[in-house]
Design a protein around this ligand. Structure first.
Ligand code: GLV
Length: 335
């Protein structure tokens, strides 16, 4: 390698955080949010040694075909369904995510959505803004309480656990389903009890989805699962679009087979199923569960740390903190 290695940053982040790269790298940071075509993305990746990308960048075999110098793709997200990990690994390219730094912000936002859906905040606000409020009605805008109800969590990783820990404050009992049961100490700390998926669907008054999108989890909640839920239940998806069959959900909400939903993620983002947009018993938000100043800065810092560390710099020199395919280092050692 001659000269400094090159880092490409696919979207605006925080210049003061990115600046930590400057002494060691030639940095090319995109000045605005762009949706790159596969060809444009391939050209960007072919011209750098490290890339910091976001969820809009879908990186697979085609996009890395010409990226001979690329050593790492650092994802600005904890989920990494936008990366073809097998293709990256086969090409000797590391991938990293932003594990853990966003757990608490995402958990807070999950509760904002859950309570917002339970208390019909979105629809009530739209109604007020439209000038329909002519005095408080005793039986107007009645919603659902959380106290004494059951919170179900599908996907009990660190984010699911952070959501569960907050439930005690709302007087809820927590059940969860996960690929594996949690160690007893963690179950105890979260005051959560493992149940099988049919029981989770049948017993949850509020069901939160916090599992990654994989081939197995696609449509984990579809027509069959929705039919098993209580008609008084509320569904909250802060995981990924595609985990829910949005068309089936819209039908269940429209027919009041489910009381309400709150969705931060959608199949085919940024498109939202038109049937969902037409419903008043669903709160929709544009994939912002981790979007706080502190957390987005921490996510940027983590991506920067992964890149710095691979090239032998920064606080984790030699040990990128959140590699998804560390086995690559055995066949293609750090530069
Ligand atoms: C956001 O959705 C993330 O995966 O970080």
């Amino acid at each position: 390698m001659t000269g400094k290695p090159r880092v490409w940053i696919s979207r605006p982040t925080f210049p003061d955080v990115e600046a930590r790269l400057d002494p060691h790298f030639e940095v090319a940071a995109e000045p605005e949010e762009i949706v790159f075509s596969s060809t444009e993305l391939a050209a960007k990746l072919a011209a750098c040694d490290a890339a910091i990308v976001g969820l809009k960048e879908r990186v697979g075999a085609a996009e890395i075909a010409g990226a001979a110098n690329l050593r790492i793709v650092a994802n600005l997200a904890v989920g990494y369904d936008n990366l073809d990990l097998a293709a990256l690994t086969a090409a000797g390219i590391l991938a990293s995510n932003t594990a853990d730094v966003l757990n608490e912000s995402v958990a807070d936002y999950t509760w904002a959505l859950l309570l917002g859906a339970a208390r019909r905040m979105g629809a009530a606000e739209r109604w007020l803004r439209a000038g329909h409020w002519h005095g408080t009605e005793f039986k107007g805008w009645l919603g659902l309480d959380t106290r004494g109800r059951t919170l179900g969590i599908l996907g009990m990783g660190r984010i699911g656990q952070a959501i569960a820990r907050r439930a005690a404050g709302f007087g809820m009992q927590v059940i969860y389903h996960n690929r594996s049961t949690l160690p007893q100490a963690v179950e105890h700390e979260c005051a959560a009890r493992y149940v099988d998926k049919p029981a989770l669907l049948a017993q949850s008054d509020f069901l939160v989805l916090a599992l990654p999108l994989t081939a197995e989890s696609r449509h984990a909640i579809g027509a069959t699962e929705l039919a098993r839920m209580k008609p008084t239940a509320v569904l909250v998806n802060i995981a990924r679009g595609g985990v829910v069959d949005d068309a089936a959900l819209a039908a269940a909400l429209a027919e009041r087979r489910l009381a309400a939903a709150a969705l931060d993620v959608f199949e085919g983002e940024p498109d939202v199923h038109p049937a969902l947009c037409a419903l008043d018993n669903v709160i929709l938000s544009p994939h912002i569960a981790s979007a706080t100043w502190d957390t987005r800065r921490a996510m940027t810092a983590m991506a920067v740390d992964n890149v710095l560390a691979l090239f032998g710099h920064g606080p984790h020199a030699g040990h990128p903190p959140s590699l998804l395919n560390p086995e690559v280092l055995a066949v293609r050692p750090a530069p």
